[in-house]
Design a protein around this ligand. Sequence first.
Ligand SMILES: [Zn+2]
Length: 359
Amino acid sequence: MATSVLSRKSGVIVGEDVRKLFKYAQEHNFAIPAINVTSSSTVIATLEAARDAKSPIIIQVSQGGAAYFCGKGVPNGDQSASIAGGIAAAHFVRSVAPTYGVPVVLHTDHCAKKLLPWLDGLLDADEEYFKQHGEPLYSSHMIDLSEEEVEWNIETTAKYLKRVAPMKQWLEMEIGITGGEEDGVNNESVDNGLLYTQPDVVYKIFKTLNAISPYFSIAAGFGNVHGVYKPGNVKLRPELLKAHQEETVKQEGGSDPKPLFLVFHGGSGSSKEEFKQAISYGIVKVNLDTDLQWAYLIGVRDYVLKKKDYLMTQVGNPDGEDKPNKKYYDPRVWVREGEKTMASRITEALADFNTAGQL
Ligand SMILES: [Zn+2]
């Protein structure tokens, strides 16, 4: 049981618990889905699926998702909506997660160079929370400088890892490029070579970061793409992940065959076999976003189509012209349908990644 290695078995986990959970996942050949959330409703769908499948889970907000938590109507030029929304999301997850009885890694998604003020704002909040509670508000953040020059990417990531190391906060970094389009970053026409990171580069990152803190993971491009595209357009090369582990073992020695914690971006649309292979090479986290946006819509869409005649007026439906429709248009009824279909898509991922039943 994964909880046997954790000091906190339920709710948001931090520090050494995060590393232990990821190591346990590698040893037991599973990965943890990272679910992008944008509202209390999507958080709940996620926690419910994790609880029912007896699985640990990663909940993450993107910069856009965090802004949405604050409200689409709030100007966000200085990232203030994304900072406030990110803080609110974290407090919400921290408050409700223990009632679901599963360990949750609370994380932020891609932060490109131009979004660094967002990460800086959240780190201020983490440090403030750390002063009061002895732990950061978030378990983990991602910094994504993969569009920048490699040296600068590594150097700047190292600076951020130095900042978060005293809080034992996890940092995920990206090298190489995840293709496709997500949250306004468009890599649809990127040069093919950049989609496949080489083992010597990954080792260099490991060496630099490991000298600062053991709490980091690497999202190395192996042909993965954000979004869902026509089959055949994406050529994944998971064997590159194996080469990364082997190169690091060769350079560092030691008995651990998987010294790198690796992350799989662009999980939507990949095959079960591709997941299985990637997980066997030390992937501990798989990001899922696009498929879940679709899944959430299905429940709402089908409900509205099915109940259309009960949703056109507040009073009056096929059962009688004086019949009230409140029980059909209450958001708790139709939003709930989206939660159910999203949760069942997460349940599928938990089975695919071998996460189900690990608690
Ligand atoms: Zn991603």
